[in-house]
Design a binder for this molecule. Structure first.
Ligand SMILES: *[C@@H]1O[C@H](CO)[C@@H](O)[C@H](O)[C@H]1NC(C)=O
Ligand SMILES: *[C@@H]1O[C@H](CO)[C@@H](O)[C@H](O)[C@H]1NC(C)=O
Ligand SMILES: *[C@@H]1O[C@H](CO)[C@@H](O)[C@H](O)[C@H]1NC(C)=O
Ligand SMILES: *[C@@H]1O[C@H](CO)[C@@H](O)[C@H](O)[C@H]1NC(C)=O
Ligand SMILES: *[C@@H]1O[C@H](CO)[C@@H](O)[C@H](O)[C@H]1NC(C)=O
Ligand SMILES: *[C@@H]1O[C@H](CO)[C@@H](O)[C@H](O)[C@H]1NC(C)=O
Ligand SMILES: *[C@@H]1O[C@H](CO)[C@@H](O)[C@H](O)[C@H]1NC(C)=O
Length: 395
């Protein structure tokens, strides 16, 4: 467009005549929605770290910016100039890690704490590996064995219940005794079980390399069994939370995911359907809008056997202390030396944590799932507000 130079001069003069910095009225400091929440921390495992959801915040613990703790601090709780957030959750953490590595770093009393934990105590990763994706070869019967062991830890009073109770007792010492609130977040069941469309589906990865081993199928019986196990874990977490005191609140979101049809194998869904709108979990091949979770990686979201082979070669190069035995099990040679000639050095499922996040995040929540949890916590804070002063006798 052509403008006479005199007009340009006029426009420029007008712009320059505006006093610097006064084009917009100064923004008033908003009154915080929750003025009492000044010190906020989040502990737990990969469900709290938000493994795979959004953009990665760190490498060692795989924390992501669409995790419910980060969403609470940056969005749901609203602006508060004086609120700090210690995001201590770390992928792979057990309750023992929460108690020994995460909670001790908190030095000042907290007004708000969120906890996701217990799944790794029960062995969720070995269960999902041997019953569903078999990214590492499994023997016949491994799935049943892993499920039995999971139930043992859920029902044995000295395992999940005891360790989670100790975790909450340890958390209590970190709270503002006047009104600090702790939210303990449960888990959601993974599968719909209303029809048989999934019965023939397998997400097993190693099937073609080891045709001698049976593949796992997502039969309705297995789906029910895995959902029941999640329910049983929630039952223990709920009880332990209620027993911990009046300022401990349990976050139940399984029913919300169910109502939204957010699980795998929902009625009428032909799996695999990794990018189904409304699916709240990652599946092989899920790519979210604006997905950036691989960061510097070049791994495809849906691993093929050749991708796994490449990953195996790169991992062996990166970790010269590791090797693969003739049954394709992972061995850490340093452990053999440390343990003497008898030690086999097998590292079992801990190899899982060396996989790229875009594979590890399968069975973890997509951003929409984290929004559910954050919204429930926000709603509860609006309804129930701050905690109450604990009776001395209760401590
Ligand atoms: C934040 O802290 C400053 C300094 O202590 C104080 O003046 C201000 O009122 C606080 N703001 C809120 C919203 O608590
Ligand atoms: C429970 O805690 C004890 C002691 O910290 C630990 O040895 C044990 O492995 C834990 N149990 C589970 C199931 O994580
Ligand atoms: C399951 O697989 C069998 C054999 O491949 C096939 O005949 C059957 O139609 C499949 N059932 C469904 C529900 O896809
Ligand atoms: C939870 O507590 C209730 C009441 O004390 C009890 O009936 C129930 O069996 C407990 N559930 C679990 C899973 O521990
Ligand atoms: C994607 O990830 C890279 C590496 O972590 C980061 O530098 C970049 O800012 C991210 N991009 C977006 C859009 O989040
Ligand atoms: C790339 O990813 C690896 C982990 O897979 C990490 O250790 C390394 O720091 C990353 N490099 C950059 C430049 O982000
Ligand atoms: C192998 O074992 C050594 C000695 O315990 C340990 O330092 C190292 O981290 C292990 N490597 C892996 C990849 O787990």
């Amino acid at each position: 467009m052509f403008l006479p130079s005199s007009l340009i001069a006029l426009v420029v003069a007008t712009l320059n005549s505006l006093p610097q910095g006064e084009q917009l009225p100064l923004k008033q400091d908003p009154i915080p929605r929750f003025p009492w929440i000044k010190r906020f921390a989040s502990v737990g495992e990969s469900y709290a770290a938000g493994l795979g959801a959004g953009s990665r915040l760190d490498w060692s613990c795989s924390r992501y910016d669409h995790s419910y703790p980060h969403l609470l601090h940056t969005r749901y709780l609203g602006d508060h100039p004086n609120r700090t957030h210690e995001f201590l959750a770390c992928s792979g953490a057990t309750t023992t890690d929460i108690v020994t590595l995460q909670l001790p770093t908190i030095s000042e009393p907290l007004d708000l704490l969120t906890i996701s934990g217990g799944g790794n105590d029960v062995g969720l990763t070995p269960i999902l590996n041997s019953c569903v994706y078999q990214i590492f070869p499994t023997e016949p019967g491994d799935c049943e064995k892993a499920i039995r062991e999971g139930y043992r830890r859920i029902h044995d009073q000295s395992e999940l219940r005891k360790n989670m109770t100790e975790t909450l007792q340890s958390a209590k010492t970190k709270m503002n005794p006047e009104y600090g609130v702790v939210y303990v977040v449960g888990y959601a069941g993974f599968f719909g079980t209303e029809d048989g469309l999934c019965n023939n589906v397998t997400w097993s990865l190693w099937g073609d390399l080891r045709p001698d081993l049976p593949r796992q199928y997502l039969g309705v019986g297995l789906r029910r069994e895995l959902d029941s196990m999640v329910e049983a874990v929630n039952g223990v977490l709920r009880n332990v939370t209620l027993a911990a005191g009046r300022n401990f609140r349990f976050v139940e979101y399984d029913h919300v995911v169910r109502e939204r049809r957010g699980r795998y194998c929902e009625k009428g869904v032909n799996e695999p359907n990794p990018n189904r709108v409304g699916l709240d979990f990652y599946e092989w091949g899920t790519v979210d809008v604006g997905d950036n979770s691989t960061g510097n990686g070049s791994w495809s979201a849906r691993p093929r056997e050749k991708d796994v082979e490449r990953w195996v070669q790169e991992t062996l190069k990166l970790h010269p202390e590791l090797e693969i035995d003739e049954e394709r099990r992972w061995v850490n040679k340093s452990l053999i030396k440390e343990g003497g000639v008898e030690a086999d050095g097998l590292i079992g499922d801990s190899i899982w944590w060396l996989l790229p996040d875009i594979w590890k995040r399968v069975f973890h929540m997509r951003p929409g799932g984290h929004d559910i949890v954050a919204e429930l916590i926000l709603k509860d804070l609006e309804e129930n507000g701050k905690g109450v002063k604990e009776d001395v006798g209760e401590l």
